[in-house]
Design a protein around this ligand. Structure first.
Ligand code: GLU
Length: 470
């Protein structure tokens, strides 16, 4: 049988970064091995599952370019299938109906705890005669279905963690369904992994304690089980478990903040895995080519938001001005789109500094509307105001002699050379830059002058002169 993996999210909340990494690793593994990547929506929890979260999952996968193979498996549409398997388990007596009430169970657990024991099901209904169970079911007594857990050690070889053992005796008989038509996660997952021919389960380490339960279900059903690979936890920058602050940041939050899918993919791929040669920037082809489970680390993977920003900046700079402008369009006020050529020039300059697309609106607003600034900002260090005024006038004079048709950065620099020689670099360039940007930090003045062109540059210089005179 071929290689087949699945991504099996529950649509019970915004799609988290941890889950997206699981999807990506499954996808990379499938593409690297020439296998298949299936998508399964685990929506058996009808109370918490919502259609909008499923849509978000699909949209997120598409955004990241992680196409799945074949139709989506939706657990809520497979009740009959699970029912068949549950019946088989009841008939073969590998599972049984349990009628214990919450009060009974709570009392059992409290008694166990008071004796210093791990709470687990005491097995009260284990030996209930089938006729008695049938009678109580017919009387509509509330019941769940429990699996008879064997008194055995479950050992499996995890592809990342090596040999892992769990003592099933510690678990007690687990609930696998709340009725024939209400399977729980562990049970439905086993049935679907088998029916879909899943060869390898790649998922977060938080699921490792489910694995022995699932192995027990496979065994009870006489079904072969897939191989397992549990991915390391994602840790916050302080190496503690990733806090809500980052985890609650869903994939869509990152998208809205202006991270590019290429950067997200690259960043998430390195969250627990690294290639043979320690390069950081890997495009999708390189990731597919290099990805192997052998290189996934055991220890927690530290989520470093600074690295994500840096990487996003790197990918932003690989985009052409046209492509980047296209990405920025939804974030750009309509008025900015009136002059496409001007917008391109702004984007070309800002591209060099941008870390997130979302920063653009704030960074670029001064190109479109000169902010009202304090004239004191025009003053370089201890230079007297009168001198600053003369310097601005000299800059304006020099630039009036530059042809408006060739108002390039180089032409502006050349025109300013004698002014700077006579009046000093900071004394000339600082007020010029503030005159153009109206702010304390911005790209350099000749870069800005080229973006603005001769008319607007002269206009802003005149405005600065008016301001400093007032
Ligand atoms: N629905 C589970 C989750 O979202 C899937 C676990 C698994 O991959 O088996 O965590």
């Amino acid at each position: 049988m071929g290689i087949r993996v699945r991504f099996a999210p529950s649509p019970t909340g915004p799609i988290s970064i941890g889950n997206v990494r699981t999807a990506l690793y499954n996808w990379l593994y499938a593409r690297h091995t020439g296998g298949e990547f299936l998508l399964r929506i685990e929506d058996t929890d009808t109370e918490r599952s919502e259609a909008r979260y499923e849509m978000e999952i699909l949209e997120g996968l598409k955004w990241l370019g992680l196409a799945w193979d074949g139709p989506i498996v939706r657990q809520s549409e497979r009740t009959e299938v699970y029912e068949r398997y549950l019946q088989k388990l009841i008939e073969s007596d590998r599972a049984y109906f349990c009628f214990c009430t919450k009060e009974e169970l709570d009392a059992d657990y409290a008694a166990q705890l008071s004796q210093g024991l791990m709470p687990k099901y005491v097995g009260r209904c284990r030996t209930l005669a089938p006729a008695e169970a049938a009678r109580r079911l017919a009387a509509h007594d509330p019941a769940v279905i429990r699996l008879r857990m064997p008194d055995a050690l479950f050992t499996f070889t995890d592809l990342i963690r090596g040999r892992v053992s769990f003592d099933a005796a510690l678990t007690g008989d687990i609930i696998i369904a709340k009725g024939f038509r209400a399977p729980l996660y562990n049970f439905a997952a086993v049935v679907d992994d088998y029916e879909s021919g899943i060869s390898m389960v790649i998922r977060g380490e938080d699921h490792i304690s489910n694995t022995p339960k699932q192995l027990a279900i496979h065994q009870a059903l006489d079904l072969p089980h897939p191989a397992y690979a549990h991915l390391p936890l994602i840790l916050g920058p302080d190496r503690k478990k990733l806090s809500k602050r980052f985890l609650s940041g869903s994939l869509m939050d990152y998208r809205r903040a202006g991270y590019l899918p290429e950067a997200m993919r690259n960043f998430l791929a390195l969250l627990g895995w690294h290639p043979v040669h320690d390069q950081e920037i890997l495009d999708l082809d390189a990731l597919v080519r290099e990805f192997t489970l052998e290189r996934v680390q055991k220890g927690g993977a530290v989520f470093n938001p600074k690295k994500l920003e840096w990487m996003n900046g790197v990918y932003i700079r690989t985009l052409s001005v046209e492509a980047l402008t296209e990405h920025l369009m939804p974030l750009t006020p309509p008025a900015w789109q009136a002059d496409g050529e001007f917008l391109y020039r702004v984007v070309a300059v800002e591209r060099e500094r941008l870390k997130r697309l979302g920063e653009f609106t704030e960074r670029a607003s001064f190109y479109f509307t000169l902010p009202s600034y304090d004239p004191a900002l025009l003053v370089w260090k201890q230079t007297p105001v009168a001198v600053i005024r003369e310097n601005l006038a000299a800059v304006r004079e020099a630039l009036r002699n530059v042809s408006p048709n060739a108002f390039t950065r180089a032409a502006v620099d050349a025109a300013l050379e004698p002014v700077i020689a006579a009046r000093g670099r900071g004394e000339v360039l600082w007020p010029f830059r503030v005159a153009l940007s109206g702010q304390g930090a911005s790209p350099g003045p000749s870069e800005l002058a080229e973006v603005f062109g001769a008319d607007e540059t002269i206009r802003r210089l005149s405005a600065a002169l008016d301001r400093i005179r007032a």
